[in-house]
Design a protein around this ligand. Structure first.
Ligand code: NAG
Ligand code: NAG
Ligand code: NAG
Ligand code: NAG
Ligand code: NAG
Length: 457
């Protein structure tokens, strides 16, 4: 192949002085070198009148269109940005209100003043947002109403006792959820429930700290919460919760819906005793049954919430030697995703590396086992999403990352680095729920959730 030689001549070349001024012609277009050596191009247009006015009009229309697109894009961008800021501030507020519960009275008065001011700001933001988006979404109206209602509540408070704080905290949490739903509705984060046409997790949202656990005790640092990953009819909005001050598991609490969870009211308690006590807090609810670890005998246990029937299955290979890094006794970790029910454990044979096993729901037996490359004691936790096992680990006290993925379809593993924020350093339960594509974390006594974004190539 011959090398190309490209010569770039300056527009005003000293050579132009002796270059012949020779026209190059092709039909109705001519080109020549001008007196100063610049390139001159002549176009001879046909006799017919050139529709200059129409061209001008088209130019105007396209300028208008570009402007319009810009305006719309800016609106969307600023909307997204502001919602982000808004959500974060609300989260801070929720956390602060939760902290108020344990603060000395002296600080409370001051904080109420701030709450009032911030609510006024929120109100202004939401009405501005609504106006600038020209949105007729009923979500905005209801958000607006709720902020007004909260302002009303805060203003009404004359005594700063715990009950009133509780009311505000619940209202904040509801507002936060509404806002999140609003964000989803506006398709900034559009969940594509049940669709696994993606190449894995892309990112994890900011944490949504809902509240301190139902026992109102930061001492209840071991526990779990979430929703049924395959709810039976009528139980779609149910939430479960369990917590204790040790890694052992003695009871589960069920709430009929989110509001009941916030109010810590109207719950149904399932106490588990007489040899059925659990451990590790890596349980889930799937098909109205709780799957959890028991220690005598060391096995998978299933509590059918419909029939209250309990069953267990021993996994001979599973070892009690290997737990996750934040908590003891986490030997059997249950998970459910779009592809079914799973259990993760480590064995002596696997030298502490996680084995991923599919659970056959009918027989409640292990159907298929796969070896992964994760040394269990180095992982914070693991969960399943769209047939892929993800393992997490600590980055620092406030950051966790998904560092590993194992695809059950291709049997391929890969290293990742998808960070996400924690509210507290330690957590005992982290699970994905395919019905809302969220992660649920029990973060050292606090209910936390995240939106999961998948990579749709
Ligand atoms: C030059 O323009 C005339 C019409 O004004 C057209 O008929 C002719 O084909 C054009 N010549 C070339 C080479 O394009
Ligand atoms: C807002 O939307 C309505 C209809 O949806 C429309 O008639 C109106 O002109 C819009 N206003 C602005 C300022 O865009
Ligand atoms: C707001 O308060 C009004 C009256 O106090 C009540 O009727 C309404 O249901 C409340 N709205 C919300 C969304 O809580
Ligand atoms: C999955 O996504 C790809 C790329 O977007 C698309 O071509 C394909 O039709 C999708 N398949 C299904 C089953 O939705
Ligand atoms: C729970 O028990 C009910 C009633 O016996 C039964 O229909 C259902 O299949 C059981 N669920 C599971 C997950 O075993």
């Amino acid at each position: 192949m011959l090398p190309f030689l490209l010569l770039l001549l300056p527009a005003i070349s000293p050579a132009s002085a002796w270059m012949p001024v020779e026209d190059w012609e092709s039909g109705n277009v001519t080109a020549s070198v001008g007196e100063l050596g610049q390139c001159v191009c002549h176009v001879y247009l046909p006799e017919t009148t050139f529709p200059a006015d129409r061209v001008q009009h088209m130019q105007q229309v396209s300028t208008d269109l570009i402007l319009e697109v810009d305006i719309q894009r800016n609106k969307l961008e600023s909307y997204g940005g502001r919602l982000d800021v808004y959500l974060k501030e609300l989260m801070d507020l929720t956390v602060r209100v939760a902290m108020l519960e344990s603060s000395p009275d002296a600080y409370i008065k001051l904080d109420f003043e701030l709450l009032r001011i911030e609510l006024r700001e929120f109100e202004a933001i939401v009405s501005q947002l609504k106006e600038s988006l020209n949105s007729s979404s009923p979500m905005f109206d209801s958000l607006y109403t709720e902020i007004r209602n909260m302002t009303f509540i805060v203003n009404q408070l004359e005594t700063f006792d715990k009950n009133n704080l509780e009311v505000i905290r619940i209202e904040f949490a509801k507002l936060q959820k509404k806002l999140e739903e609003c964000q989803i509705e506006q398709e900034i984060i559009k969940p594509d429930i049940g669709n696994c046409n993606n190449t894995g997790i892309l990112s994890i949202s900011k944490p949504m700290v809902i509240q301190l656990n139902a026992h109102l005790s930061p001492g209840y640092q071991y526990g779990g919460w979430g929703k049924d990953s395959k709810p039976i009819r009528g139980s779609e909005s149910m939430y479960f919760y369990g917590a204790y001050s040790t890694p052992s598991v003695h009871a589960f609490v069920l709430y009929s819906d989110y509001d009941q969870l916030l109010l810590r009211a109207g719950y149904k308690q399932h106490s588990i005793t007489h040899g059925w006590a659990g451990a590790g807090n890596n349980y889930i609810v799937h098909g109205n049954a709780i799957y959890y670890q028991i220690n005598s005998p060391f096995s998978m246990s299933k509590l059918n919430l419909t029939s209250s029937l309990k069953e267990y299955r021993v996994i001979p290979a599973a070892s009690q030697k290997f737990s996750y890094s934040y908590s003891a006794n986490q030997n059997l970790d249950f998970a459910a995703d779009e592809t079914g029910l799973w259990v993760m454990y480590a064995s002596e044979q696997s030298k502490g590396k996680i084995i991923l096993a599919k659970i056959d729901e009918k027989s409640f037996g292990v159907a298929d086992e796969m070896n992964t490359g994760v040394f269990k004691p180095q992982a914070g936790n693991a969960f399943m999403a769209c047939g892929v096992m993800y393992a997490t680990r600590s980055v620092d006290v406030s950051t966790e990352e998904i560092f590993y993925a194992f695809d059950t379809k291709t049997k391929q593993q890969k290293h990742l680095n998808i960070p996400f924020k924690k509210f507290q350093e330690k957590y005992s339960n982290l699970d994905y729920n395919p019905t809302d594509q969220k992660l649920y974390m029990y973060n050292n006594g606090y209910y936390v959730s995240y939106n999961v974004r998948f990579n749709k190539e």
